[in-house]
Design a protein around this ligand. Structure first.
Ligand SMILES: Cc1cc2nc3c(=O)[nH]c(=O)nc-3n(C[C@H](O)[C@H](O)[C@H](O)COP(=O)(O)OP(=O)(O)OC[C@H]3O[C@@H](n4cnc5c(N)ncnc54)[C@H](O)[C@@H]3O)c2cc1C
Ligand code: SF4
Length: 469
């Protein structure tokens, strides 16, 4: 390691957020620029542990060689550090922005302030792009085998990238008009600017990958290929199932976030929530993205309902390090709402009982009810706790129940009871020349897990194509 006592000399410093007032006036990156030397200093905090939990099963799903590139970074060998990072991380510009950094929660320094691996990673890749170190890498030899990738989210892109590097001809089919999956239409611009996604796609095209947009993959499209991998995501939303949930103004979160991005890309501004009282059902990451988005659109108020109790402030005995800490977290949208409205927008142990509508079937409000946990662990409504909230826009961010039926029907595949196209043996191989990867195989997860799964599928496909399976 570069500096033996780095972690004692320097305290943890993340990339700072821009001020709430400033960032609410646009959809630009949430974070401000860092002084050039800060990341080198932060990398010196890494202890190059004998047992680096950051890259273990509890930590980075890509098993990034974190201590090695932190060491190189802290010695000022930035280009070498980036090359080490790129050994395992296909797109650090995505994970460096949106990853919850499982590695940092598993870091041996977690109690005192873990190493800022995510910000260090982002620094390295953006420096690489600025300096021209990132150039297209065209495989020297082609195998002559053709692979179809259905879906261009992180799993599809990671599979396409590795298969292409291994010399196969790759064509990505995407039903949407732009590539990127939920990184394009889902995760808001302030977390992941869309030009970052476009920059990577342009590079992949230069490297020989073909992208066909507005194209639904089905056997008539993919049968002509030597292998096909289904990376369609797990985007079927959990419905609310309350009276009048089909009213005008009741929308699924991803539909709303996608329309916001589409409008922003076309027109530069978006006012879908302007002048409205908004309720977001679901206190998770998607709910938080909705809160941040409606605030930028000028909503009158935003309330987030979460059916589960408020998590504890600190780890409980059943949740020790290096597991992911199941504790209360206040994400950027919730922090923004707290500053604008003077209160945390989240109301716990509460859900919507019914939706109130006007004569034109437009939502006018929502009746909420308090929930309590039964001895069997279920959440049940408490009679007499009903309240009415005004609401002209209600966003359902209550999770996902698996992949949509389209792709599974095309390929006559049966999803398991969690809505996943997961082969019984836990592999990616579905039979004949077909494979699955990403959220479609594992259920709704994280960008970094989708990347790791896409790469694992690519390795399996490579073995299949080279008769090593
Ligand atoms: C609002 C929101 C915010 C999130 N924020 C984060 C975050 O901050 N950090 C994080 O790590 N994770 C986040 N996630 C989760 C993360 O985005 C997903 O886990 C990840 O995108 C899954 O990647 P994927 O490639 O498996 O699927 P997706 O990203 O869902 O991509 C699937 C793609 O396949 C296409 N497709 C489907 N069927 C077909 C077909 N038959 N033919 C052609 N194309 C098809 C779809 O149009 C889509 O573009 C978020 C999720 C949501 C909903
Ligand atoms: S666990 Fe933390 S300190 Fe140890 S090698 Fe990993 S990042 Fe560095």
């Amino acid at each position: 390691m570069g500096t033996v006592t780095g972690f004692m000399e320097y305290s943890r410093k993340e990339n700072p957020f821009r001020r709430v007032k400033e960032r609410l006036s646009d959809y630009e990156d949430l974070h401000a620029a860092q002084p050039e030397g800060e990341r080198i200093c932060q990398a010196s905090r890494c202890m190059n542990c004998g047992v680096p939990f950051c890259q273990s099963g509890f930590g980075c799903p890509l098993h990034n060689l974190i201590p090695e590139w932190n060491d190189l970074l802290c010695r000022g060998q930035e280009r070498e550090a980036l090359e080490r990072l790129l050994e395992t991380a296909p797109f650090p510009e995505f994970t460096g922005r949106v990853c919850p950094a499982l590695c940092e929660k598993a870091c041996n320094l977690a109690e005192e302030g873990s190493v800022t691996n995510r910000d260090n990673e982002l620094y390295l890749i953006e420096k690489g792009f600025r300096k021209g170190w990132i150039t297209s890498r065209i495989p020297p030899v082609r195998t002559g085998k053709r692979v179809a990738v259905a879906g261009s989210g992180p799993s599809g892109l990671a599979a396409a990238d590795l298969l292409n590097r291994l010399g196969h001809h790759v064509t990505v089919f995407e039903r949407a008009d732009r590539p990127g999956g939920l990184m394009m239409y889902g995760i808001p611009n302030m977390k992941l600017p869309k030009d970052t996604v476009e920059r990577r796609i342009a590079l992949m095209e230069q490297e020989g990958i073909e992208f066909r947009m507005n194209t639904e993959a089905d056997p008539s499209v993919t049968d002509a290929f030597d292998a096909a991998v289904l990376c369609g995501g797990a985007r079927k939303p959990r419905p609310l199932n309350v009276p009048h949930d089909d009213a005008e103004g009741v929308r699924f979160a991803v539909d709303f976030l996608s329309e916001t991005t589409r409008t922003l890309l076309a027109e530069g501004s978006c006012s879908l929530a302007e002048g409205k009282h908004v309720i977001v059902v679901g206190g998770g990451d998607t709910g938080n993205d909705c809160v941040g988005t409606v605030l930028r659109q000028g909503c009158v108020s935003v309330t987030e309902l979460e059916m589960m109790p408020c998590p504890p402030a600190e780890r409980t005995p059943g949740n020790p390090w290096p597991e992911w800490p199941r504790i209360l977290r206040t994400d950027y949208g919730q922090a923004e709402a707290a500053e604008v409205q003077g209160n945390d927008p989240r109301i716990y142990e509460t859900t919507v009982k019914r939706i109130l509508t006007g004569a034109d079937n437009r939502i006018t409000g929502a009746e909420t009810v308090h929930l309590r946990r039964t001895p069997e662990g279920k959440m049940e409504p408490v009679e007499g706790t009903e309240q009415t909230l005004p609401c002209e826009l209600l966003l359902i961010a209550a999770g996902f129940v698996g992949c949509d039926e389209g792709t599974s029907e095309h390929y006559a595949l049966q999803a398991d009871r969690r809505g996943r196209i997961m082969p019984e043996d836990g592999s990616h191989y579905l039979g004949e020349n077909l494979f699955s990867a990403g959220d479609m195989r594992t259920g709704q997860s994280l960008v970094v897990r989708a990347l790791a799964d896409g790469r694992a599928a690519a390795q399996e496909i490579h073995r299949f194509l080279t008769n090593q399976r």
